[in-house]
Design a protein around this ligand. Structure first.
Ligand SMILES: *Cc1c(COP(=O)(O)O)cnc(C)c1O
Length: 361
C-alpha cells in the first residue's frame, strides 16, 4: 500500500516531510532521550518548542504584539460556548452571521451563554451565498460579531473581514487559517481547530486581542477562562503535547516553503483547476456556490445523477483519490484542498473526473 491523495475535510492531510520528520524523531526527541510525548510540558525542551511554535505562527500570520496566541483544547466546538462565556456579560447580546452548518452551530451553542442575535442567515439560498454588506446591521452594543470565515461543509468563504463598525469580530478559521494572508488587526478573535490546516486534532489555536482578555465575561472556572490560559502560557493543565509539537513542525515547514503568501498562490491554483473542471463539465458536475463566495479550501460538488455517486467513490478510491464523499447534509462529493495537499493531487482528481464523465456521460 502507498499513501493516496487525501481530500479529507478533517482530520486532514498533513505535509509528508513533517510526518517523516516526526517519524525520524519519534523515539528520541530534542536530546531528551525520550519521545516528545514522554516528557514534561513544563520542562525546558517543551517550553522552547512552545515558544518557537508561537513565534513561527506570529511570523506566518503577522500577529501584532497586542494579540495573545493561545494553544487550547476542546475543538472549535467547545469555543462556540467559551467565547460568549468569556466575552459577553450575562444576558448581553452578540451578533451572529449564519452562512452554513458551522456558523449555525456556533450560534446555537452560543445561546446558552449570550443573547444570540442572528443578523444575517443565508439559509434561503441553501448556504450558497454570502450576505451582502449593507444587507444586515450590526448592533453597536453587541459583545462581539461571530462568523465562520470558511464553511467547511457548504464550501462558502468570506473573501475578507467584514466591517463591524468597531464591534470585535470573532471568526472561526478552523478550515482556512494560514491558507491566505489576512489582516489580523481586523479581528478581535481568530480561532481554529488544528485538524484541517495545522496539525492533528486535539488542539485549538486562538489569536485574541489582549484587551478582550480583560472583559469580565461570566462566572466560570479558571480552566474555562482565556485570561487564565494567557497568563499561564496555555499550560493551566497538561496540553496535547504531541499535537502542539506537530503544529510547530507544520509552522516551520510553511516558513521554509515561503510562508502564507506562497500557500495562497498554491491554493488559488488548486482551487481554480478544480472549479474549472466542474464548471467546464457541461453539467456532469456542479458546484452550487455563487462564484464570489466559493471556498479555496473545500469544494463540494454533485454529479448530475446521484445514482453515479457510488461508482465515482469506488473508482476514485481505487485510483488513490481518498475521502471524496460529501458531507451527509449535502450528499455528492467534497474535495478539501488544504495547504498540505499538493497540486498533483488536484491534477489527478481533475483527470479522473474527466475520464469518469466520458465513461458515464
Ligand atoms: C471542523 C470545524 C469545526 C469543528 O471542529 P471540532 O474540532 O470538531 O470541534 C468548527 N468549525 C469549522 C469551520 C470547522 O471546519
Amino acid at each position: 500500500m502507498s499513501r493516496g491523495f487525501n481530500f479529507s475535510a478533517g482530520p486532514a492531510v498533513l505535509p509528508e516531510p513533517v510526518l517523516r520528520r516526526a517519524q525520524a524523531e519519534l523515539l528520541e526527541w530534542g536530546g531528551e532521550r525520550a519521545s516528545v510525548m514522554e516528557v514534561s510540558h513544563r520542562g525546558k525542551a517543551f517550553i522552547a518548542l512552545a515558544e518557537k511554535a508561537e513565534a513561527d505562527l506570529r511570523a506566518l500570520m503577522g500577529i501584532p504584539g497586542d494579540y495573545a496566541v493561545l494553544f487550547l483544547q476542546g475543538g472549535a466546538t467547545t469555543h462556540f460556548a467559551l467565547l460568549p462565556m468569556n466575552l459577553a456579560s450575562p444576558g448581553q447580546r452578540a451578533d451572529y452571521l449564519v452562512t452554513g452548518a458551522w456558523s449555525k452551530k456556533a450560534a446555537s451553542e452560543g445561546k446558552a451563554h449570550c443573547a444570540v442575535n442572528v443578523v444575517a442567515d443565508t439559509a434561503a439560498s441553501q448556504y450558497t451565498t454570502l450576505p451582502a454588506a449593507g444587507s444586515y446591521t450590526i448592533d453597536p452594543g453587541a459583545a462581539f460579531v461571530h462568523l465562520a470565515a470558511n464553511e467547511t461543509i457548504h464550501g462558502v468563504e468570506f473573501p475578507e473581514a467584514i466591517d463591524t463598525g468597531g464591534v470585535p469580530l470573532v471568526a472561526d478559521f478552523s478550515s482556512s487559517i494560514l491558507s491566505r494572508p489576512i489582516d489580523v488587526t481586523k479581528y478581535g478573535v481568530i480561532y481554529a481547530g488544528a485538524q484541517k490546516n495545522i496539525g492533528p486534532s486535539g488542539l485549538v489555536v486562538m489569536v485574541i486581542r489582549k484587551d478582550l482578555l480583560e472583559r469580565p465575561g461570566q462566572p466560570r472556572a479558571k480552566i474555562l477562562s482565556y485570561k487564565e490560559h494567557a497568563a499561564q502560557g496555555s499550560m493551566l493543565n497538561t496540553p496535547p503535547t504531541f499535537a502542539w509539537y506537530l503544529a510547530g513542525l507544520v509552522f516551520e515547514w510553511m516558513r521554509e516553503q515561503g510562508g502564507v503568501a506562497e500557500f495562497a498562490a498554491r491554493n488559488r491554483r488548486k482551487a481554480e483547476a478544480l472549479y474549472a473542471a466542474i464548471d467546464g463539465s457541461g453539467g456532469f458536475y456542479r458546484n452550487p456556490v455563487t462564484k464570489e463566495a466559493r471556498s479555496l479550501m473545500n469544494v463540494p460538488f454533485m454529479l448530475h445523477d446521484p445514482a453515479l455517486d457510488a461508482a465515482f467513490l469506488r473508482e476514485s478510491e481505487a485510483a488513490g483519490l481518498l475521502a471524496l464523499k460529501g458531507h451527509r447534509d449535502l450528499g455528492g462529493m467534497r474535495a478539501s484542498l488544504y495547504n498540505a495537499l499538493p497540486y498533483e493531487a488536484v491534477a489527478a482528481l481533475v483527470d479522473f473526473m474527466g475520464d469518469f464523465a466520458r465513461r458515464h456521460g
